[in-house]
Design a binder for this molecule. Structure first.
Ligand code: SF4
Ligand code: SF4
Length: 468
């Protein structure tokens, strides 16, 4: 039997009975909580447990705390509860390690929702306050988001700021501002794809046409439009018949991970309505319409809209249909067979986004795509499935823990001696880009689809080049 009383430092005074209406979000997930058999097999996979060695910062420990709250034995206002839940990256490495199939991701969101309902999260200072403000008052509104990303791109492209950043002046004033700027600077296009804009591709014979629509996302469209454009070009070459859905909004992943599940549900309903016509149009065609996503964090939530809205009588069925039609760009291309491009003579390594590897269980498709690009020398990355510490906005809200995890990751990246570090999620891209600069790794970071796009460009597939 697992020694509960020795492991948890909570007193009986803290674990007192209180009204069950206070922790409904966790109570509703009791079946998932009880699925944990306390075997501990998830502990070696958990980055926070590996860093601090505290059971309360392990998946098993956190589930135990959630159970104590759901059963009314522990006050959610106990600061330690919020702290251990806050320190979780939400990487979901514990899910792939768990033999009992515990769905930890939903439990974490419910725990954070419970904390939010009771306003029991610790303040967290200016940085956390700004992040909370942005999630609540900017991300759900497309107009405000456009303004925020226009400002971000202006900062990214500002010569004076770039100069001060390169000279280390920003760092000397504020290391945390320098790190935030580093995250932003790494979103610069690597391959000149932005200049090519919506380039048309040559039609490739023998490719089966497939109806697709790209979920463009907010961070991807705001800061990585070059990767979105590359995604569309690569899809066209591989038979994608693109149908744009301009009414789409932010997926809600950052909100769900922060516990604002109600906003995530609201955004999910808006997206389901937006893609309704596209999905229904496909009922008469042989290849069902597919929603393509190139950001792993967003993709994981889009695939879970069915679970998110399972109690919504009006949307539950449509949410399940929506989720069943979502595919990450890597799995879509790997399943369909890939048109071959020109050789790229580079040493390359791949770091798996947690929400692609652990949450979506897309484990081999990215390497299959890399293997299909001629000329690449693949250098395997030790622990490619381990979190980089980015975890959405975790690198800004928990910089100390995030920095330790990034340091471990960068040591392994440097050991590969790769020239290109490939990933498939904007948060990981920014974190790894900042890591490359901080730790002096001799490589550049790129989205996998941009590498494929470059291979097609060099093969001469893009016949019309336009300045955007
Ligand atoms: S999500 Fe990641 S950090 Fe959180 S408990 Fe699971 S393995 Fe640990
Ligand atoms: S591996 Fe699964 S069942 Fe075992 S302790 Fe971790 S969460 Fe619980």
């Amino acid at each position: 039997m697992w020694p509960v009383s020795e492991t948890y430092p909570f007193t009986h005074k803290q674990m007192k009975n209180h009204s069950t209406t206070l922790h409904t979000a966790l109570e509703a997930e009791m079946d998932k909580i009880l699925g944990c058999i306390h075997c501990g097999l998830c502990l070696p996979a958990c980055p926070t447990y590996q860093q601090v060695g505290n059971e309360n910062d392990s998946p098993r420990g956190r589930i135990y705390l959630m159970r104590a709250v759901a059963e009314g034995r522990l006050e959610t206002t106990t600061p330690a509860f919020a702290r251990h839940i806050d320190l979780c990256l939400g990487c979901r490495a514990c899910e792939t390690a768990c033999p009992a199939g515990v769905n930890y991701g939903f439990l974490l969101e419910s725990a954070r929702e419970t904390l939010l309902e009771q306003k029991a999260q610790p303040g967290g200072g200016l940085q956390k306050g700004l992040l909370k403000f942005a999630l609540r008052h900017i991300f759900p509104y497309p107009g405000r988001l456009r303004v925020a990303f226009t400002l971000s791109r202006w900062m990214r492209n500002n010569r004076l700021l770039q100069f001060a950043y390169r000279k280390g002046w920003v760092k000397s004033v504020s290391p945390s501002a320098d790190f935030a700027l580093s995250l932003l600077m790494t979103t610069q296009p690597q391959w000149g794809g932005a200049a090519r804009g919506e380039t048309h591709s040559n039609v490739v014979a023998d490719v089966v046409p497939r109806p697709v629509s790209v979920f463009t996302g907010c961070v991807m469209e705001g800061l990585f439009k070059h990767a979105n454009d590359a995604t569309k070009r690569v899809l066209r070459i591989n038979g994608g018949q693109l149908d744009p859905v301009p009414e789409q909004v932010c997926c809600g992943a950052l909100h769900a991970h922060a516990g604002d599940v109600e906003t995530a549900r609201k955004l999910a309903r808006q997206n389901i309505d937006a893609f309704d016509e596209f999905l229904r149009a496909g009922n008469n065609v042989k290849n069902l319409p597919t929603i393509i996503i190139n950001a792993a964090g967003c993709g994981a939530l889009l695939k879970e809209y069915g679970e998110l809205l399972k109690h919504d009588a009006q949307y539950a069925e449509r949410a399940r249909l929506f989720s069943s039609r979502v595919k990450d760009i890597t799995e879509f291309l790997a399943q369909g067979g890939l048109v071959q491009g020109a050789p790229i003579q580079k040493k390359v390594t791949y770091d798996a986004p947690c929400h692609l590897y652990h949450a979506q269980r897309v484990t081999n498709a990215p390497q299959q795509l890399l293997a299909a690009i001629p000329g690449l020398e693949y250098k395997p990355l030790e622990g490619l499935q381990d979190c980089c510490g980015g975890a959405g906005i975790y690198n800004l809200s928990e910089p100390e823990m995030s920095g330790k995890i990034l340091s471990d990751k960068m040591s392994k990246v440097k050991a590969t001696e790769a020239e290109l570090l490939v990933t498939a999620n904007p948060g990981c891209h920014m974190q790894l880009g900042a890591g490359v600069r901080s730790y002096g790794a001799n490589c550049s970071v790129t989205h996998i689809v941009e590498l494929l796009d470059e291979s097609y460009r060099q093969a001469g597939y893009y016949e019309t080049e336009q300045q955007s």
